[in-house]
Design a protein around this ligand. Structure first.
Ligand SMILES: [Zn+2]
Length: 124
């Protein structure tokens, strides 16, 4: 299986920081027999998804969008924390001879290669 390249966090963080500050909440509106969901800031002072064209029909979708405002920054922070732990783990690995084929050097190199993407190494 090809190795997946590390996720670039900066564009994700920039989009999250540019969006209307959170937290957001899903707000249910009843229009006769029709239920529509809107997304607004938690204090209710600002609608993020507003207007009839922006109404969301699925409560699950509305909850997902509203929670994404807080979940995305939390996930970015967790990835950064875990990458930091991986860099710490990699720094603890003893240096292996790159040309040696003994079990210890092979295993140490394999561990280092496995940790590198999880540590966010290889990002442009
Ligand atoms: Zn060796």
């Amino acid at each position: 299986m090809p190795e997946q390249s590390p996720l670039a966090l900066e564009p994700i963080r920039a989009r999250a920081e540019a969006a209307t500050p959170g937290p957001w909440m899903a707000w249910r509106e009843y229009h006769g027999p029709v239920t529509a969901w809107r997304i607004c800031t938690h204090d209710g002072n600002r609608e993020v998804v507003a207007g009839d064209e922006g109404a969301i029909e699925s409560g699950d979708d509305a909850e997902f969008i509203a929670h994404a405002r807080s979940d995305v920054p939390a996930l970015v922070g967790e990835v950064e924390r875990l990458r930091g732990r991986m860099r710490e783990a990699r720094a603890l690995l003893p240096a292996a001879d790159p040309n040696c084929v003994c079990c210890w050097c092979l295993a140490t190199r394999r561990i280092g290669e496995a940790i590198a993407p999880a540590a966010g190494e290889g990002l442009a």
